[in-house]
Write a protein that binds this ligand. Structure first.
Ligand code: NDP
Ligand SMILES: O=C1O[C@H](COP(=O)(O)O)[C@@H](O)[C@H](O)[C@H]1O
Length: 526
């Protein structure tokens, strides 16, 4: 349920973290535990048992924990009594392909529980290769973990399948062991402060909700751009591409949050029901529509923050001549009463000009637009939800140019969350799962519908000889064809991230020069 008091005490638990020595654990999960502990969100009695194949003991795992926390947590190690925190962490070397290892792990968990920790509440987090998810769930059952007088829950990392068929098979495997309400499928974008804020912005403001439809909104633009390349993940990414890695999950989840109807109650299942309806209303695309509405690209060489970077095909472990897309832009339609005719432009890519996730709601022009638009600079009203790295939103509107010359200039009202110590996405999601709240996790029917929408696109990507794969320069905003996608409808992608007009305000606060606008179409801050 939403808005439950989050400082309420959690029940004691044991948390079995598979993949405890991996990248995700190091950068996100272990620091999230520290942040939660620092903020008093964990109960006095809990145990985290790190699991992976390599041979570590409790002490060396605690040393790795400290390193991870020092490098990636929001707070300083010396802010708390480190020994008090670290004593909650244990390690057990397990190869998940070996049932005997699970039996050993089970003994460890039982010993901890019998020493007074956990009272039988058991959380299992699968932060390892997705091929291992199904068999791990089965071995947990075979070793006896799922027989408990407390609760049992499973958190599964992405990717949840690589198409509808494989996702369905995986789901069948895990639901043989855990009930749907015990399964927490992670989409970490749902843990981001401003993604969660979408519901409040929409449903707690009489200013916005009456306008939230095809009568008032001209288009919606959702961008998640990254400056990083494929990094060390080519083995996975070269098969997945941007379509499966970002679009099928994070991007479509943001679409559902923007487009859903108000839920009948602010309750988990009521909210998920409304998100499902959005996915059901997505206009399906076959090959012809993919050519018309979707642009894919792959980064070539270029520059990121002044540093030369190689083309995707020259990255380590990428197949020579790979045709994997590192960028996708799509024009989506949600064929229901509220959104009929409104294009949703969605784009995501690696090695782009900036790291930014922003949602731009562009309102329709006024009917007497021309009257005020004599110098051709009048822009539409925009509501921009800034997910990251800045957290906040701004509303762009038009006012009279001050003075006697007349004319109209765009201005922006900004609200900024940055600096307000929002919890990290994983921190919030771990805490939600521990208190049994699955609102910001994806239900199976959401995952299934997302794959059913994406599968024909993936088919076209793989087999349509007439579908271009554009190369874009690393450090750019993607291929030109993505600009053409919006331009064909008389729109354009609005600048985001550091290019957004309100970035001027941030620069001004830092005493840096700002673009004093008027005729350049950029907004002043009011
Ligand atoms: N890293 C990231 O930023 C993100 C990761 N994810 C997802 O999180 C999951 C983990 O990713 P990531 O941390 O990057 O992966 P890593 O490859 O860095 O880590 C994999 C972990 O699994 C362990 N492992 C591998 N094989 C076995 C085995 N047979 N038995 C027991 N443990 C095993 C490894 O330890 P050892 O070798 O010691 O066994 C290691 O701890 C994946 O599903 C990924 O898609 C999702 C979003 C972002
Ligand atoms: O899930 C993923 O997300 C990250 C981007 O996450 P963000 O929170 O930094 O925006 C992406 O780099 C990765 O490829 C993908 O698997």
């Amino acid at each position: 349920m939403l808005w439950e008091e989050t400082t309420s005490t959690l029940s004691p638990f044991t948390f079995v973290l598979f993949g405890a020595t991996g990248d995700l654990a190091k950068r996100k999960l272990l620091p999230a535990f520290f942040n939660l502990y620092h903020n008093g969100k964990l109960p006095p009695s809990f145990a985290v048992i790190g699991v992976a194949r390599r041979k570590l003991d409790d002490e060396s795992f605690r040393a790795a924990l400290e390193e991870a926390v020092r490098a990636h947590a929001r707070y300083q190690v010396h802010d708390i009594n480190w020994r008090d925190f670290a004593r909650h962490f244990y390690y057990c070397s397990v190869d998940v392909t070996q049932l005997a290892d699970f039996e050993r792990l089970y003994q460890r968990v039982r010993e901890l529980e019998e020493s007074g920790i956990g009272t039988g509440n058991r959380m299992f987090y699968l932060a390892m290769a997705p091929e291992r998810f199904g068999e791990t769930a089965h071995r947990l059952q075979a070793a006896g973990f799922t027989q408990t007088k407390g609760w049992k829950r499973l958190i599964i990392e992405k990717p949840f399948g690589e198409d509808y068929g494989s996702a369905q098979r995986l789901n069948e495997e895990v639901t043989q062991v855990f009930r749907e309400e015990e399964i927490f499928r992670i989409d970490h974008y749902l843990g981001k402060e401003m993604v969660q804020n979408i519901e409040v912005i929409r449903f707690a403001n009489s200013l916005f909700e009456p306008l939230w439809n095809n009568r008032c909104i001209a288009n919606v633009q959702i961008t998640s751009s990254e400056t990083v390349g494929v990094e060390e993940r080519a083995a996975y990414y070269d098969k997945a591409g941007a379509l499966r890695d970002m679009f099928q999950n994070h991007m479509l989840q943001m679409v559902t949050m923007i487009a859903m109807e108000p839920p009948s109650r602010l309750m988990t299942e009521a909210i998920r029901d409304e998100k499902v309806k959005v996915l059901q209303s997505l206009r399906p695309y076959g090959r012809a529509e993919v050519r018309q509405h979707i642009v894919r690209g792959q980064y070539g060489e270029g520059e990121i923050q002044g540093k030369a970077v190689p083309a995707y095909r020259d990255e380590p472990n990428v197949a020579p001549g790979s045709r994997t897309e590192t960028f996708i832009a799509a024009r989506l339609y949600i064929d229901n009463f509220r959104w009929a005719g409104v294009p949703f432009y969605v784009r995501t890519g690696k090695r782009m000009a900036a790291k930014a996730t922003e949602i731009v709601i562009q309102f329709r022009d006024m009917p007497r637009h021309l009257y005020f638009n004599q110098d051709g600079t009048l822009g539409p009203n925009l509501l921009v939800i800034r997910v990251q790295p800045q957290e906040g939103m701004y509303l762009q509107f038009n006012v009279k140019r001050p003075g006697t010359e007349g004319g109209v200039i765009p201005v922006a009202m900004e609200f900024s969350h940055s600096g307000s110590e929002s919890p990290e996405a994983y921190e919030r999601l771990l805490h939600d799962a521990l208190r049994g709240d699955s609102t910001f996790f994806t239900r199976w029917d959401e995952v299934a519908l997302a794959w059913k929408f994406v599968d024909p696109i993936a088919e076209a990507f793989a087999n349509d000889p007439d579908l271009p794969l554009a190369t874009y320069r690393a450090g750019s905003w993607g291929p030109e064809a993505a600009e053409a996608l919006t331009a064909a409808d008389g729109f354009r992608w609005w600048p985001i991230g550091a290019d957004a007009p309100v970035a001027d305000a941030a620069r001004a606060r830092l005493g840096q020069p700002v673009a004093r606008n008027g005729r350049d179409g950029r907004a002043h801050l009011v």
